[in-house]
Write a protein that binds this ligand. Sequence first.
Ligand code: SF4
Ligand code: SF4
Length: 198
Amino acid sequence: MDYGLLNGTFEHPLDFPQHLCKKCGKCCRAICTPYSYEELVELSKQGQEEARVFVEMFKRYNSVEEARAAVPDQVENIINSLKKNNPDLDESKLTFYYCPNLREDNFCTIYQTRPDCCRRVPHNGWSLLAPDCGFKGWQFQQREKVKASVRKLKEYLAELELLSDNDVLPDKNKTVKEMRNLIQEKIKPWEKYGAAYW
Ligand code: SF4
Ligand code: SF4
């Protein structure tokens, strides 16, 4: 499948359309993670490389209000998104970060050696983008590609229903049961985005 779309992630190919970035800098100036700062420090101590890089590189805002003053729409965007899953969210408990490697003119000063967490943005078609981010149209296309791929897999699953579990698929060198499990595993990461209804 294209670009590993069916792994639940998106591996950027060399022709990733970086030119779509409007260089507004919002995604580098307002960052929030599912982990608290303390949890990230702990993960870093345990040897988790991504946590170490994150803690070492990004700077904390002193408060949500400070972050909001810096990047109002992106902070609102993130908080609203988190509240969809957790309406009782106490936003004062959130930690927002900014990257010190971003210049005033929104130029990334370490672009060639930026960490993986930056290279993987947008993570997939459902990643939360900043308002007016230049990747919105591209992201829509990625979503549609994943949906089309998942639909194809479901069609194949339906065809497998006509066979017995232990039948061998000669072109795959797998039994029907093994193939079915494999396909279900590929679909699984997309269930949280609604794959059951595609
Ligand atoms: S928010 Fe989007 S357009 Fe703005 S800098 Fe980030 S990737 Fe580029
Ligand atoms: S390293 Fe570059 S791309 Fe990554 S957050 Fe900092 S300025 Fe943005």
